[in-house]
Design a protein around this ligand. Structure first.
Ligand SMILES: [Zn+2]
Length: 430
């Protein structure tokens, strides 16, 4: 379908992303990359003018904004290649870029029209984002960070000190505030959309000082870059809130007082329970020691995150919805982006409608498009999905791509490709 054509979605049930009750849809009109009208068909749109108008009949189906995954990695993972592997295997930026591009297509075809990418290799994700923007390939809108700013002992500081963080690492060692500020400037120069910092892996001790975080926030904000942080610990969560970080990932170990500090600061929390939820499910299927992860700790953290969801809501803290897709070989692209909504509903006290609003309208913040995307209303960017099953009756129908009839991103109807390929393709290389 040509981008110059007007697209009209007729009939169906509309869940518009604002939280308003689902209602019968007459016509959603899309011109260029914007929604121009929602409601009765405007008289100037002639459905019989098939040269200029494409009509999608969504009768008996459900229409909602494209999903946004606020936590999705694209360029992690170094597959071992026979005859070549040593250390972490293949570590070429060229390979990483192609892999990221392939994954981006899978993400979009699963109905996820925007993603926030908090960390990756080199400037791989910047490149893929730009290729999508320039129309070289199809993919979701991408809002990307660069390598995570870390100190000795943080998550992603995986090598001995004499190796530091080599170029292919996801973390970038900066052991002083000055080094951190320099790295913010370097990443900004290379086109990142936001800055990602990261404290310790599991939160047992605090690695980043409040002053260091504050110096990153000051530099980034002056350059109009939001700042996000990986923080499972209590101390780092409080420090991040006081330093003015925009959204805090996880916060598992935060005390009630820490959460009050977060509420006061206005920062959002991105719990990201899907990764842990998948580990817990995996651990229930296979014996815990077959899972190459500390199952007991993961289960504890999962339960803590579910508690945080309830507590944060009571305090009026905004929750973002993200999955950590791509952080591990079993977190395959296209499969789990809506799993977090299921967890919000099952364990976080959300209704399906509230979860949908959070993962669309609410998540626009995580992709720098607050008020522009995530809602089906005149003037908004035209990211829309149509499903053959009701997500309000069963939130799990959003997972994978089996119930998707159409995905529209930026006003274009996406070619969903051969469905069985989509359902079976996994990152075989990992
Ligand atoms: Zn992550």
């Amino acid at each position: 379908m040509s981008v110059d054509k007007t697209v009209v979605i007729r009939n169906g049930t509309l869940i518009d992303g604002s939280g308003k009750a689902a209602s019968r849809n007459d016509a959603i009109v899309i011109k260029g990359n914007r929604i121009t009208s929602v409601g009765p068909l405007p008289p100037d749109v002639k459905l019989e003018d098939r040269k200029n108008v494409d009509v999608l009949d969504a009768g008996g189906q459900w229409i909602m904004p494209g999903l946004i995954d606020a936590h999705c990695h694209m360029s992690y993972g170094y597959p071992l290649i026979k005859g070549e592997g040593k250390g972490k295997g293949t570590t070429r930026p060229e390979f990483s870029t192609l892999k990221s591009a392939r994954s981006a297509q899978k993400v979009l075809r699963a109905g996820v029209t925007s993603i926030s990418v908090p960390g990756g290799t080199w400037f791989t994700d910047v490149g893929v984002r730009d290729a999508i923007r320039l129309g070289l390939m199809e993919g979701p809108r991408m809002f990307v960070a660069g390598r995570m700013i870390i100190t000795y002992g943080c998550i992603e500081d995986d090598e001995p000190s004499w190796e530091g963080t080599p170029d292919h690492a996801i973390g970038k060692l900066c052991n002083t505030a000055d080094e951190m500020v320099t790295e913010v400037r370097r990443q900004h120069k290379h086109g990142v959309n936001f800055i990602k910092m990261a404290d310790s892996r599991s939160g047992d001790s605090q690695m980043l000082s409040r002053e260091e975080i504050a110096s990153v926030v000051a530099e980034a904000h002056r350059r109009n870059l939001p700042v996000a942080i990986h923080s499972r610990g209590a101390g780092s969560t409080r420090a991040a809130a006081e330093a003015g970080v925009d959204w805090i990932m996880h916060t598992d170990l935060a005390t009630d007082a820490d959460l009050e500090a977060v509420a006061k600061s206005g920062a959002a929390i991105l719990p990201t329970a899907t990764f842990l939820g998948n580990v817990v499910e995996l651990g229930n299927k296979v014996s815990p020691d077959q899972v190459q992860l500390d199952f007991g700790r993961m289960k504890r953290h999962f339960d803590l995150l579910c508690e945080i969801m309830h507590k944060a809501r009571k305090l009026g803290i905004k929750l973002l919805v993200g999955t950590d897709t791509g952080n591990n070989s079993f977190m395959t692209h296209g499969d789990f982006h809506a799993k977090e909504l299921e967890i919000f509903v099952k364990y976080g006290g959300y209704t399906p409608m509230e979860a949908i609003v959070a993962a669309t309208n609410g998540n626009a913040q995580a992709v720098g498009l607050t008020g522009q995307v995530g809602e089906i209303a005149p003037g908004k960017l035209a990211d829309v999905i149509v499903l053959d099953a009701d997500p309000l009756a069963d939130i799990t129908v959003l997972q994978g791509c089996k119930h998707l009839s159409w995905v529209i991103k930026d006003g274009r109807v996406v070619d969903l490709g051969p469905r069985d390929e989509m359902l079976t393709f996994h990152q075989a290389a990992e």
